[in-house]
Design a protein around this ligand. Structure first.
Ligand SMILES: NC(=O)c1ccc[n+]([C@@H]2O[C@H](COP(=O)([O-])OP(=O)(O)OC[C@H]3O[C@@H](n4cnc5c(N)ncnc54)[C@H](OP(=O)(O)O)[C@@H]3O)[C@@H](O)[C@H]2O)c1
Length: 343
């Protein structure tokens, strides 16, 4: 398509694959390359990996540098890992190839406090190469940071912010249910927490940091509590496993930001099987108080796919550097031909 936005998909696992599928459905945007290291993907056509009944003419490669030197692209959609030290070399490769980047790496969504050195290097490189780098997704990226930040806009004073996300994990994919310890005994769960096999939700630290930065709050500290198991009060079953009464149905991850000794930001991420009510809630105490609740909650995977795709024109239009969701133009859906959103 003429003047289409040209995208390279870097990491075509669950989320990268869903983003690729959604991009294919959209007008004004084309996938021109795909990178992955998984043995069952390298060398195959992207269409095959996505389960389409046609080839897309895009062969998945494990050599990004070679790809970057052989195709022209506007932006890389990067979905490989949650941790910045792991993805740092991948992001640097993209930037040095003169490509804008949107990544679902949770720790990239606001890396300035946890990894000041890496963040400043990415920022400097991005400025030098005239490209923009953004970490985003549904959470971090929207529900527990961008959304509460925007909700403070009509407040004259903000005393505290509490955000709660409750997910019925029985309705989510099996790897997610596994990741939150579904069906384990409490002892097995605690062991997996200790050995960091179960990490809880990644991104609460970054979301608190982003809210504080937007409000100009200098926090004393951010505390991330160990995830706690949610215990079944009755026998139950999910698509993944049977959960006898007294076994683990999921987990609760909590993080808190303190200022002058007081809890000013509290984030509660709760995911367990058969949670009776799913929602995303923001409670702001201040002048005025604000209480917002998304009944039914936002679907995590759809939300992430949309956040990434909708951010593409915003990132292309943005100033060079390492930006966060609080820095880009007001987030919104890009539902029409993607070319109309690019300045
Ligand atoms: N911010 C948010 O709201 C949000 C939402 C959803 C997901 N995420 C994060 O996004 C990331 C991707 O999620 P996912 O569910 O798609 O994970 P996934 O299914 O594990 O997919 C990741 C893919 O990237 C590949 N990969 C790993 N390292 C690579 C490298 N160096 N170069 C090229 N490819 C590489 C993996 O190959 P192997 O399988 O061989 O390792 C895999 O195929 C995760 O860290 C996830 O936590 C964030």
């Amino acid at each position: 398509m003429e003047n289409s936005i040209k995208v390279i998909c870097y990491g075509v696992g669950v989320i990268g694959g869903r983003i690729a599928k959604a991009v294919i459905e959209k007008k004004g945007i084309t996938i021109v390359g795909a990178v992955d290291i998984a043995k069952d993907k390298v060398g195959k056509d992207l269409g095959e990996i996505l389960g389409l009944d046609r080839k897309l003419g895009v062969t998945i490669t494990n050599d990004p540098e070679e790809l970057f030197s052989s195709v022209e692209a506007d932006i890389v959609v990067h979905c490989t890992s949650s941790y910045l030290p792991q993805v740092y070399p991948q992001i640097v490769q993209c930037v040095k190839a003169g490509l804008n980047v949107i990544s679902t790496c949770e720790e990239l969504s606001f890396p300035f406090n946890k990894y000041p050195e890496l963040a400043s290097r990415i920022d400097k490189l991005a400025v030098d190469y005239g490209v923009t780098v953004l970490g985003t997704g549904i959470n971090p990226g929207y529900l527990m940071d961008t959304l509460p930040i925007v909700l403070t806009a009509p407040c004259l004073r903000v005393d505290s912010i509490e955000v709660t996300r409750i997910i019925n994990s029985a309705r989510r994919r099996i790897p997610f249910q596994k990741k939150i310890g579904t069906g384990l005994t409490k002892e097995e769960f605690m062991e997996k927490i200790k050995s960091k096999v179960i990490t809880g939700h990644v991104g609460l630290y970054e979301s608190i940091s982003m809210i504080a930065a937007a409000l100009g709050w200098k926090l004393d500290r951010i505390e991330e509590l160990d995830p706690e198991p949610v215990i079944a009060e009755r026998d139950m079953e999910t698509s993944y496993t049977k959960i006898p009464k007294g076994y683990v149905t999921g987990l609760k991850s909590v993080a808190k930001g303190y200022m002058k000794g007081k809890e000013v930001i509290v984030l509660n991420f709760i995911a367990y099987a058969h949670a009776p009510e799913e929602y995303d809630e923001v409670i702001i105490k201040g002048e005025p108080n604000i209480h917002e609740k998304i009944i039914g909650g936002v679907h995590g995977d759809i939300g992430t796919v949309a956040m990434v795709i909708n951010s593409i024109p915003k990132v292309i239009n943005a100033e060079p550097g390492l930006l966060t969701m609080k820095d880009i133009l007001l987030p919104s859906a890009a539902v029409e031909d993607m070319r109309i959103y690019v300045a």
